[in-house]
Design a protein around this ligand. Structure first.
Ligand code: NDP
Length: 436
């Protein structure tokens, strides 16, 4: 770790992320020192790109943004990971997310390596035409380093079907290729059924397995959810189907709180507002309690919390609120949702904790199936995809549980299990390929 610190002195988030992962790998690293060597290899990304993105707004004014692609590891398969547009983006966060994605993809047991990319572009307040201009300029650089057998980007924060569409259109124009280089496409032009729902549904499946493992029913549980993008939307839909009581959803301005639970009718309105009108939750304040001023839902009493918005969204004081209000479990829909000092509190207070790399792997798993469908140029039946999703999440849960039992040193937790199971597969690939 000190060598890593010397090489990356200003990458606080990345150093923090690596040290959290390394801590949970300790029982394995102590058992066999060859895994230390594998870890040293793994924490240095294979390739990192930054590039200029020059585009024009509706008034003809030129803007420059920075694009990123961190191709973290390809030992298991082609690089695979999202594209995120976020003005706060930097290389340190990108590398943390790319490492997390690499571990997640390893857990899916599909042939996918790990990557992450994006730009420090803020789509808020931009017209549809400006978003299109930006996406076209972004992919006009990115296309040089991606491809269906090399690197397959997909959606992430502020990048959904609309943005993937603009990128795919320009990619096709530049390359004359129609292939599976981008996932998250609409069904009509190469997408997979169940992709949009997959992360939120998969999150609830993982939560159910974890609760069941501890003899706790999901039905009737009061649950806070953050975010109002597809991950949060479809987690809420599945929770309602399972008889649980989803209480909150949020955006970066504030959150809604339905004290008797968000109903399907209310959820439909939220989906229309967010997906069609691209509006703000505040606009629903006539029909549901709304808390503005950038407040977040972790102050609401609940038994379970599902963060589905952005990284480090549960900080120490949020974790304290949750614990004091009787929360017994946290399952992460967003990537790296909980800050390290929040994780410490979860552990001290014996909360059940499902880390994002395991609990939100449903989305990338269905992206893996989208890649397969694009390769064989056939569409899978939606029912088969739904069953496939459940099976993949179950296998991930079992892998985490088994690794935790095997290496947990009587300190069982699903998070260490997830890190150990994911890392073992990656490390063993490096040994098999002779690159240690
Ligand atoms: P969206 O961009 O559609 O939604 C993100 C949500 O988080 C929005 O409600 C957004 O509000 C809110 N948000 C973003 N930044 C902040 C902030 N700084 N403070 C408060 N709220 C914020 O993304 P998705 O639903 O697709 O993804 C949600 C999370 O799940 C992300 O962290 C993503 O990395 C992760 N994830 C997504 C997968 C997928 O399949 N889409 C797969 C695996 C993980 P606002 O609109 O105001 O910005």
């Amino acid at each position: 770790l000190s060598a890593l610190q010397k090489r990356n002195p200003n990458e606080q988030e990345y150093l923090q992320y690596v040290s959290v992962v390394t801590r949970s790998l300790t029982p394995l690293l102590m058992k066999d020192l060859k895994y230390v060597e594998a870890l040293e290899r793994l924490i240095e990304p294979e390739r990192v790109f930054t590039f200029r993105v020059a585009w024009a707004d509706d008034n003809g004014i030129k803007h420059i943004n920075r694009g990123y692609r961190v191709q973290f590891s390809s030992s298991i398969g082609p690089y695979k990971g999202g594209i995120r547009f976020d003005p706060k983006m930097n290389l340190s966060i990108m590398k943390s997310l790319a490492f997390e994605q690499t571990m997640k993809n390893s857990l899916t047991a599909l042939p996918m390596g790990g990557a992450m990319g994006g730009a420090d572009f803020d789509p808020k307040g931009k017209s549809d035409n400006e978003v299109k201009n930006f996406c076209h300029a972004f992919i006009a650089e990115l296309y040089k380093i991606i491809g269906p057998n090399c690197d397959i980007p997909g959606p992430d924060i502020n990048v959904g079907t609309r943005e993937i569409g603009y990128m795919y259109g320009m990619y096709r124009k530049l390359t004359s290729q129609t292939n599976g280089t981008l996932t998250g496409k609409r069904y009509n032009w190469g997408g997979s059924r169940v992709r949009t729902e997959a992360t939120g549904y998969g999150l609830v499946y993982f939560l159910e397995y974890m609760l069941h493992d501890n003899n706790i029913p999901l039905e009737g549980r009061r649950i806070t959810i953050s975010g109002s993008g597809p991950v949060a939307q479809f987690a809420v839909e599945k929770l309602i189907e399972r008889g649980a009581i989803p209480l909150t959803m949020s955006d970066s301005d504030g959150f809604i709180y339905a004290r008797n639970g968000i109903t399907l009718e209310m959820l439909k309105k939220i989906m229309y507002l967010k997906n069609v009108e691209r509006g703000r939750l505040e606009e629903l304040s006539q029909i549901v309690e709304y808390h503005g001023d950038k407040q977040r839902p972790w102050v609401v009493p609940c038994e379970i919390a599902l963060p589905c918005a952005y990284h480090n969204e549960i900080r120490r004081k949020d974790a304290l609120n949750l614990i004091q209000n009787g929360c017994i479990a946290v399952a992460e829909g967003s990537n790296i949702s909980s800050a390290p000092n929040a994780l410490k509190l979860f552990k001290q207070h014996n909360l059940l904790y499902a880390p994002g790399k395991a609990a939100n792997a449903g989305g990338v798993a269905i992206s893996g199936l989208e890649m397969s469908q694009n390769s064989i140029k056939l569409k899978m039946d939606p029912q088969d995809i739904k069953m496939g999703l459940k099976g993949i999440i179950y296998n991930i849960f079992e892998a985490c549980r088994t690794a935790a039992q095997q290496f947990g040193d009587n300190d069982f937790d699903y998070s260490s299990g997830a890190n150990i199971a994911a890392f073992l597969k990656l490390a063993n690939c490096l040994f098999d390929e002779g690159i240690i």
